[in-house]
Design a protein around this ligand. Sequence first.
Ligand code: GCB
Length: 655
Amino acid sequence: MSRLRLLIVLAAAPLALATPAAWGQATPPTGPVQQPASTPAPTNPAPGYPAQTPKPGALYRSGPSGRYLLGGTWLFRFDTGDKGVEEGWQRNASTAGWSRVTVPNAWNATDSSAQSFAGGAGFYRKDFKLPTNSKRYAWVVRFESVNYRSKVWLNGRPLGTNRGAYLPFELRLPAGLLRRGLTNRLVIRVDNRRHPTDFPPSNLNAKGQPTGGWWNYGGLLREAYLRRIDRIDFSTVQVQPFLPCTACTATVRFRVTVRNYSDHPQRVRLTTTFGTRRLSLGTAAVGPKRFATFVRSLRVPHPRLWSVDAPNLYNVRLAATAGKQQVARYFLRTGIRSIKLIDGHILLNGKLLNVRGVGYHEDDPKLGFAINNQIRDQQLRWIKDLGATIIRSHYPLAPYTMERADQLGILLWSEIPVYAVRTKYLKQRLVRELAAKELRDNILINGNHPSILVWSIGNELSARPGPVQGYYIQRAVKTAHELDPTRPVGLAVAGYPAAGCQSEYAPLDVIGINDYFGWYPGPNGQIADRTLLPDYLNSVHACYPKKAIFVSEFGAEANRDGPVEEKGTYEFQNDFISYHLNVYNSLPWLNGAIYWAIQEFRVRPDWDGGDPHPNPPIHEKGLISFSGVPKPAYALMQKAYLATQQLKAFRAARK
Ligand code: GCB
């Protein structure tokens, strides 16, 4: 296939396939490409690096058959900017200049310097042999999360590019480039220098220092796969439950798009099982390189509902046959539950939400954002033991984390990293298109997780939104509702009384208030006095009586013992938490409150977070230290969360 043809095919893909054509106009990187000075030269040289044959399997369960983990040892080198070097070593088996790393990998996982935060570029390389040399298979490489800009080569020839972390992208490995039976060399260049148009953006504060809500880790932050495709591939699989009432029969709607990877037309038949029920999704003739979408519904009488206290899941298996042969399978687990918005209240299976939860970053002192599933399990244990029933993150979480949330009965506030993007950038068409793509991909890729409660379209765009934000909100909400009519759509905003009521929020179902009353002073000191919080929250409810209001953040830094009046002490943090929780408990219309955050994380080199004695770059509002030690506030919050009725009977609550 010619390169041009490949680009067109990829651009047509509905899944998160990288779309090089669309990214063509991407802003070029600014400044010279440099190895961060503070980063030592490779100390782990790679003298022998035999090609590996990837093993079947994946780090999470849902997904198609034919996945092979491209894990273990890769090679890494910083991009030193030498012209011509790229193509030269790509054809060269030599490992000189490369060091060994384990993927997932953040090259600056332990480097807290300003240069590390500013970012740089590096190459990752994997030499591999195909698990099978049969010519009937097509091969795709899948990266789960690369921060931030990627360019991928196979055997020295470019395949495509992508930008943006936290959502997967895929590229086909063209048959003409693959060496069957021989070593293949996959190289990906990763550039993590942030731009003001990125998600999250690289804004500067008044002192000219970079802002940003979390550390700028560069690298392959989540795992990579090789995927084997026998003619037909599952491109998107949406399984959406509709439940009119808790005792009603559910309707489960399947919307499945497959793609014919072969050069011949295929007669494709799809079948599925939902629990023990079987369903044919139909048959379609699919032309070479074309897509076909199958839509069918299944009625499920007496469903076992998914809820926080009983997270019942159904196994869903799909199979595609081409001619008489089964060529592809897909597995997922989902749940049946209803989420309704009535008079400003979200009802989960008919019960009012009054959830308590925590914010979460996938950070670790040794691994940065390239954490493994053991660390994820530990973090989820802390969250579950706390009595939290909802997690908020600023970006789509790792698939494994979402699967565990499904099993543990923890709701998710799933946000895209459209984080404090400034008006002049949000105004740009390309930026809005990229944001829309993030939202679409998040919904299409992650939408089968019953734990996801709300699609959040961003965080703190502007306390006083104007037409630019209004346009973004309107379009984003419409897109989300069209793709997923089963879930509400929200936005988190900075809680400032001076902001008043905003007509731009009209399309939203959910508003999250980031509440730092009594912690930050806010513009003109408007949130310095915490006793203004109840009136403020009631005024928000009065502005938007039909919308579900959550407190999407509240928190205070703490790193030492000391007087209760002194910011930054454990005593202040405890008192802050008790006060805020008491206020929330007194507001019957509130849908929930989410503490920011469960654990400390790296944020940025000059972070103080409002603490007079900060410990940059660590964000210290966490209930658990970065090294994993609970602060006194953990036990305090646990007691409060466990004593809170987080789901309430509708009638009783309305009396
Ligand atoms: C916010 C941001 C969050 C920060 C937090 C803080 O509003 O959404 O990412 O970490 O404030 O601590 O200032």
